[in-house]
Design a protein around this ligand. Structure first.
Ligand code: PLP
Length: 455
């Protein structure tokens, strides 16, 4: 193991995205909800360009990254890999802790790494406008950035509670020239229907996604762009893990444990899948841990079933761990982790025993986030603190067991727009909303039947 503090130079931006669908056994196809048959590229091209639809269904192992995309990636990629020496010292652990930091992108998270290629392919296909949903605003601001770079209009449906609680990310979207409106809105049929029933509806990611999809389905010049969950998104994020592998190689090290926070699974899959791919092809084994919020425990408490990605039931059916598409998670501060489902690829990796999942309460996460900020200097996004928490717990286990394991975790973004949540935590105002088993049971009772009437 070489003694390097951080390893950025000489690592190239990957030339391909890595598609774990080529190596992962037992994957089940996306289904057309009406027919129950596997979805085709044609089924998807109503809402996304052909290249992205092909990537969504691809089983090719490597997919070339267009030069135009790599040139924009070069503004912040390769992202730095740091050795967390001061955190190691603080914890008194013999473990070596590395973290891959995605907060250096212009929007402050890993999300621009998929927003940029999606905008690129849409522009090339002659699309005028992109529609999407956002929770806390990380994805909306990332797509707004990509839209600005490729001269595309961007319309973002932002979950109503967040729209009012998180004005800064909304302002960032406006600064990039995007339109952002609270969801449910009166601009779509589904939004109006929901508002008729509940004028004070706080909104959810599932509802906002349905609004964006409705716009895309009804206007040939508008497409939908997703920020997580979808195969093409996870694919684009594999630049993270490929770079980390090359950077660790420079340090002459290899992880025993890879950790990421899991909302829809894209930064976790992006970091871990290149390592799991090596393992599946006969290389060194790694332990992968998904860190999810206790209040929205998709992987640890969800059921594996075909379900929709949105409340209105517009998406193809995905086989995944799900809390049910009508589940509205409690308003925890890690807005990016408040989602009922998870990437089918991540879900499958868990079922295949290639991954573990751990649910952590938000106050313990903020505690770990503060410890990290005070030793490494970076204030993690609330989502990312879930990965920090699990990494710290693993490092403490190493201390107890006297083992010097190598821990790699994904620091998916910075928390500069989330400082009010840190303030609330410091003031002792944050609580741990438990898991609402009854609400999940009610939601799971409404799972769709592929090819049959919707449940
Ligand atoms: C959106 C977001 C997440 C959750 O999304 P994944 O697809 O699970 O990665 C995690 N961290 C940050 C900083 C985010 O913005």
């Amino acid at each position: 193991m070489k003694s390097v503090k951080y390893l950025l130079s000489d690592v190239r931006i990957p030339e391909h995205w890595y598609n774990i669908a080529a190596d992962l056994p037992g994957l089940e196809p996306l289904l057309h909800p009406g027919t129950g048959q596997p979805a085709t590229v044609d089924d998807l091209t109503g809402i996304m360009p052909k290249e992205v639809a092909e990537q969504e269904l691809s089983t090719e192992r490597e997919i070339e990254i267009p030069d135009e995309v790599r040139q924009i990636y070069a503004q912040w990629r390769p992202s730095p890999l740091f050795r967390a020496r001061r955190l190691e010292e603080k914890l008194g652990t013999p473990a070596r802790i590395y973290y891959k930091y995605e907060g250096g992108s212009p929007a402050g998270s890993h999300k621009p790494s998929t927003a940029v290629p999606q905008a690129f392919y849409n522009k090339a296909a002659g699309i005028r406008r992109l529609a999407t949903e956002t929770g806390a605003g990380q994805w909306g601001s990332s797509l707004a950035l990509a839209g600005a770079l490729f001269d595309l209009e961007v319309k973002v449906f932002m979950v109503r509670v967040s729209y009012h609680q998180k004005p800064q990310r909304r302002a960032l979207m406006h600064a990039y020239g995007a339109t952002c409106l609270p969801s449910p809105s009166t601009e779509t049929e589904i939004g109006r229907k929901i508002l008729d029933g509940d004028p004070d509806c706080p909104g959810s990611l599932g509802i906002a996604t349905s609004e964006a999809l409705e716009l895309a389905m009804n206007d040939p010049g508008t497409n939908y762009a997703g920020g997580s969950v979808l195969n093409n998104v996870v694919l684009h994020q594999t630049v993270i893990g490929q770079e980390a592998m090359a950077q660790l190689d420079m340090a002459e090290d290899y992880p025993d444990i890879v950790i990421g926070c899991a909302g829809g699974g894209s930064n976790l899959g992006g970091l871990a899948f290149p390592f799991l791919g090596q393992q599946l092809r006969g290389g060194q084994a790694v332990r992968v841990i998904a860190a999810e919020p206790e209040a929205c425990p998709t992987l640890t408490r969800g059921r594996v079933a075909y379900d929709f990605g949105d409340t209105g039931g517009f998406t193809p059916l995905m086989k995944m761990h799900t809390l049910g598409h009508s589940f509205v998670p409690p308003a925890i501060h890690a807005g990016g982790l408040r989602y009922h489902g998870i990437s089918p690829l991540v879900s499958r990796a868990l079922d295949e025993g290639l991954m573990e999942a751990r649910a952590v309460p938000q106050t313990a996460c903020f505690e770990a986030g503060l410890a990290f900020a005070r030793s490494e200097g970076i204030v993690p996004a609330p989502e990312s603190t879930h990965a920090v928490r699990v990494a710290v717990d693993e490092a403490l286990r190493c201390r107890e067991e006297g083992r010097s394991q190598v821990i790699l975790f994904g620091l998916s973004g910075h928390g500069h727009f989330d400082l009010a949540a840190y303030e609330r935590h410091l003031a002792g105002e944050l609580t741990d909303d438990g898991f609402d088993a009854d609400a999940v049971d009610r939601s799971l009772a409404q799972l769709p039947v592929p090819g049959g009437a919707e449940g």
